[in-house]
Design a protein around this ligand. Sequence first.
Ligand code: FAD
Ligand code: DHB
Length: 389
Amino acid sequence: MRTQVAIIGGGPSGLLLSQLLHRKGVDTVVLERKTRDYVLSRIRAGILERGFVSLMREAGVGERMDREGFIHDGTLIAYDNESFRVDFKDLTDTTVMVYGQTEVTQDLYDAREAADGKIVFQVEDVTVNDADTDKPYITYRTPDGEDRIDCDFVAGCDGFHGVSRQSIPLDVRREYEKVYPFGWLGVLSETPPVDDELIYSNSARGFALCSMRNANLSRYYIQCSMSDHVEDWSDQNFWDELKRRIPDEAADKLVTGPSIEKSIAPLRSFVAEPMRWGRLFLCGDAAHIVPPTGAKGLNTAASDIYYLYNALLQYFEENDSEGIDRYSERALARVWKAERFSWWMTNLLHRYPDQTEFDLRIQRAELEFLRSNQAAQRVMAENYVGLPY
Ligand code: FAD
Ligand code: DHB
């Protein structure tokens, strides 16, 4: 088989790139290790930056998002049983969209299927070959046997545990990592959200986040220990703990119900450089991970896709390789700013096992400064709604 761009990974990054390129007449093949149902069963991000929203529309898959997504003009930050609001719209004239990663992925799969896009599921042993030459090719296995794709370029969109990053030789690749000493226990429940907006809460018992997917689907998270197991957290214990970590006013109106999903995610900051090696380009979680505080993971994947999509168009339409030559530099400049913001928001809102009294006072001073200072709020708002591409 031959294609112009072989895409490894059928998560949001890979699908978005495939769909955008298809609309410009560029041929792609997507290789996905799991089944479509499995990919759609993963409950992950929920907040889309304006740049992501524009890309969905450009990809021709914005209709349901525009109909069903919620526009959020601001967010609440809570500490000491009180909350204050950061008004994105006032401060930046921009908003964010509440629309789940599951919905994004479903819309993209539907669009790829409607256009007869080639997606090969359940691939194994994917190997990137000759990426440092003009004739890269991918080999892989499916239940039907071994196969090969020859291509002009390879997009590594296969997430943190994929093969693409590992294909870049160790003497070229540099990795930067920070692992946090806690995780997030997340619950999805068919209950109305506790508030119209998200609540990010710093409490003495640890961080909590009240988020949502729609008018009758809530997503809540609490900071937990990395040694916790999901089976040890009953729904009742989760709701009791969440209520202790958010202001009384919110706790009193919280509607609880059975969880329909419950999982623990570790928190990590990670960046691999460079994001290009020859004709292989890394995108999204394959190249970088942020702790989820601030909802930057999926959004940073989307900005990579924006840079790569435009670079590939420049190459195929104008025979100009400036975009692909500068892809890594452009993507990383924005990635590091998202890393900084996610790290900052994580530090602002979590309790660390080794936090001293001094550290706690500094954290509180930072919260009080943010509460009272418009310039500080603007810095937060600009980052939260998404820095320009
Ligand atoms: P992925 O979504 O990981 O997709 C990669 C795809 O590649 C997968 O479908 C995988 O099956 C496939 N794949 C892997 N290896 C291979 C291979 N060898 N061959 C072929 N295919 C392969 N972000 C937020 O902004 N907010 C959140 O609340 C949030 N919560 C998260 C919770 C969890 C548990 C995790 C893991 C991530 C979370 N994120 C969150 C991050 C966000 O979901 C990711 O940034 C986003 O999914 C990145 O998309 P991606 O397409 O780059 O990677
Ligand atoms: C969600 C996750 C986040 O990490 C965040 O900062 C906001 C919302 C969510 O899953 O809804």
